[in-house]
Design a binder for this molecule. Sequence first.
Ligand SMILES: [Zn+2]
Length: 171
Amino acid sequence: MARLTLLTYPDPRLKQVAEPVSQFDAQLQLLVADLEETMRASPGGVGIAATQVGHLQRVVIVDVSSKPKISHHGRLILINPEILDWEGFEIGREGCMSVPDYTGNVVRATHLQLVAQDEQGKEHKYTMEGYEARAVQHELDHLDGILFIDRLVSRRRDLFQRKSYKKTNSS
Ligand SMILES: [Zn+2]
C-alpha cells in the first residue's frame, strides 16, 4: 500500500467527471487500499474519492465511525455509487482534504437511499442519514467534479478560513 498525493484546489483534475469502474481486478483492490491509507493519514479524514488522487474512476470510501453518537455503516467502499432517492434538507459544516484551508456551510439531503458495488462488483443498497449521508454526498460530488465550495449559497457568509486543520472533519 502507498499513501497517494492529494490534489488540492484549484487543480483542474478536481473538476473532471470520473468514469464508471468496469474491471473489478487487482488494480482496483490496490487503488482502494491506497485510497484508504491516504484517507486515514489525514487528520479527521472521514471520506475520500479517487478523483482526489487523480484517478478518474467512480470509487469512494466513507467511514464516519470516528464521530460519536451518529448512525453509520462503518467502513463503506462505494464503487459506481448512485443516489436512488433522497429526502429533507439540512445545512452543515464541511471540510475537504482537497480544500485544506477552508470549511463551508453546505445544504445537503438528510436521508439517502444509495446503491453501489463493492470491490468484488457485488451490488449493495444502503439507507443512510445525517452526517454519513452528508459525507457520501460530498464524495459523490467529487466524482462529478464538484467541490463543496461550488455549493455555497454565499462565499461571504458560508466560507470560513481554517485556524487548525484538525478541528473539522474532512472528506
Ligand atoms: Zn472532499
